[in-house]
Design a protein around this ligand. Sequence first.
Ligand code: AMP
Length: 546
Amino acid sequence: MKSTMMQVPLSTNQILERAGRYFGTSDVMGRRPDKSIYQRSYAEVYRRARQLAQALREKAGIAPGEAVATISWNHAWHLECYFGIPAAAAVLHTINLRLTPEEIAYIMVDAGDRLLIIDDVLLPVWEKVRPLLRQPPRVVVVPFGGAALPGGYESFEDFIADDAIAYQYPVQDENEAVGMCYTSGTTGRPKGVVYSHRSMMLHAITGCIPDIFGIAGRDKILVVTPMFHANAWALPFSALMVGADLILPGPHMGGDDLLELIERSQATIAVGVPTIWAMLLQSMEATVSTRPLALAKGFRMLVGGAPMPAVMIERFAKFGINVVHGWGMTETSPIGSFTIIKTKHDALPPEQQYALRAMQGVAAPFVDMRITNARSEEQPWDGVSTGEVQVRGPWISGSYHNAPDHDPEKFTADGWLRTGDIATINAEGYMRIVDRSKDLIKSGGEWISSIELENLALKHPAVAEAAVVAIAHPKWDERPLVIVVTRPGMELDGSTLRAFMAPHLARFQVPDDFEFVESIPRTATGKFLKNTLRDLYRHRQSITPG
Ligand code: AMP
């Protein structure tokens, strides 16, 4: 039987229209590079996004399906690009501003970017990219820093100046591209993931489910996760769909800056990666010794992008803050799984509750998940057997841009995405990531989880940050090196930390190699740069006896 339902294509334009019509008084609060605060209502975002769409089509001649790039911090102009570029039926290509000029040049050519929208404060990045491009795109500059534009550049404000009251959205199929993001490219060249209107809208709706992000109209969402990484978890789309306010921190992501913004804006939700939250936690702990924190009632934090240690969840809980942990990737839009806490879990001892919250959780609705071993055999959901996490679903990438051939490293023959994450799944479906396959340490033929060692090291009161990578050993092949940043004013040495960790580990897992550093290098999205760390310590020999 054929359904009687209307065939209405899903589109980000529906969200833009909805925000303009119903939520004009909701707003973005943002911080500029000089730390001053600005506000912009959704009525203005609506008007300006449509003006941008019209300018892209009429002034720049952008055709449907062409890519328009952004190199921008999290701010109101970037939000206008999130809606204005798709409203022109073009493709929002958000570029990670911390990539090398060569990488940026490569992905701009690969994406076929016809126009670039870039922050004034990031023009030095562009000046290094431009000489590498044979056909540089037209450049439009966002006055985010506010200083006078250098000669020869076109301002965003001039570009979008004409009114667009009569602007008509081009009609589009819901499977057409709405945006694209390149994966971090830890192996080989960065790969383009292309999202559709349909995938983005289904994902944005899912983000509003209480057990996922739980975004509602009353929320004020601090989006620390970069808008150039996995669509900022599609939060801008979820927020404008329900009329939630957004708080966009610009380039200021230090702990004190974030705490100040959270208190000033009375944010109800903050979203980011664990390394950023580690800095916020330190600021909260330092502040509370001088005055009580002024957080909004029910303030909670969403975390993902890297493993969230149970001990950090516990330390946030001391402030009454609920930390909700999820897992995902650029290829998964990014929602893959979330840790759902049921009433029956309330009866668990606190230690077990934190351990549960530190798990990567249950697959989101519409996401199928399995773990398989090296022979592609599905592993049991017993909480012990490990395997590579594989997923499929309506917002999960089934290929890469400009890569028509089947890539067996990234996709299985039966059409699942290979994530490269190694995990267990328990009988209730809770997934726990043990490691990235390439970050596991193979010592004497036995696997050691870098995540497990990092979490354990973090339990020591003097440890602020810990990253573990493999270093060479003549007999055991690889041994773990624990790289530690100590908390301000605290002293720690390798043998003390070793003695602290040893009782919790099997003998072969106990690390012998420690390095104390001022800071650990991170990606633009706040994850430890394990490749850089491996390179840095490539020539170091482990001191473990043979
Ligand atoms: P990206 O595509 O840059 O967002 O990176 C995705 C990768 O980040 C995943 O394949 C995981 O290795 C890692 N990741 C994301 N979320 C989590 C999490 N909650 N716990 C552990 N690893 C995570």
